[in-house]
Design a protein around this ligand. Sequence first.
Ligand code: SF4
Length: 387
Amino acid sequence: MADESIASPVHAAILERFQPASRGPWVDIPDTEWNDWRWHMRNSLTTLEDLARVIEISEDESAGAEGGRDAFKIGITPYYAALMDRMDPGCPVRLQATPRTAELHADSCDVEDPLAEERDMPVRGITHRYPDRVLFYVTHDCAMFCRHCTRKRKVANPATAANEAQIQEGIEYIRRTPAVRDVIVSGGDPLTWGDDRLAALLAQLRDIPHVEIIRIGTRTPVTLPQRITPDLVSIIRRFQPVFVNTHFNHPKETTREAFEACGRLADAGVPVGNQMVLLRGINDDAQTVMELNHRLLMMRVKPYYIFQCDPTRGNSHLRTTVARGLEVMEGLRGWTSGMAVPYYVIDAPGGGGKVPLLPSYVKYRDSSKIVVRNYRGTEHTYWEPET
Ligand code: SF4
């Protein structure tokens, strides 16, 4: 068990702002089951009949689920499902979780693998694109199948999941590639693995002398915070330095349960970052993003990235324009503390990597000076050194 003595007290006034999530139709489930992440995985909502227990299914959702039956599965933990608004199909949680008919439509720019992750694979299950870091896909399972997922070509498809031999090929590749100092353990969601398997993987990675840092990409603090158990946290602590990056998209997701899950990681000295995806009708306005980021900081989670949504087949209804993204950034910088202002990036289609985007603050520049505008629009001159 984890060392409970390290838990940091949280000020009551902060804690009060994070209310426990509703249990929806599972109100009578014993705590032992509701707090058990495996119970949520076993009772994942996968059919329209399951959804009907939680929401009034709209015609669009029903037709989207029927039409997309063979495409991208439904999979929602009871915890996350209970956050959905029963009556409103436009609920920001529900939009991320339930299929729509728009998923059956592909824009001309939509592609299966928008980031060309499969192209840059020296061995199966490893994308090695940047000089010093690799993405290591260890599973194709997730606690929830997000409708905007970039990797829907393989996530939720057990036929493509990594087997043990493939995992070992990945480990061996990292071992024989000294340039790799940073390993991002991803998927799917690696925290759908049990503790023992995860511990064995982390031990193997930590055994490679040139691996300096390990990052775990997981959405479980959002969709299944019960997964961040004291036992899991004590495993992660054994292999420091480990960073966790998660994926909150809306303030509604920042419940007491999520607060406590992220707090357990922070108490164990595991820095947690958030990678939000900009999604139409969910978070494509500065006020929502600012509120989310303020709440994340109270949860000790650093807003790290805002991603322009990748053009994956069937997600165009959730994508918003870059102009909108720039407006969001304009509404953050200066208006709130820099800690609450993440990088806004496009993951360049075709494997170009992350490219940062900023509103233009430079009004004029020559060899002697630069004229900039600040967030309120006033202009200021910075003189370059004369020698
Ligand atoms: S948790 Fe991540 S990998 Fe899994 S479906 Fe959601 S976005 Fe995709």
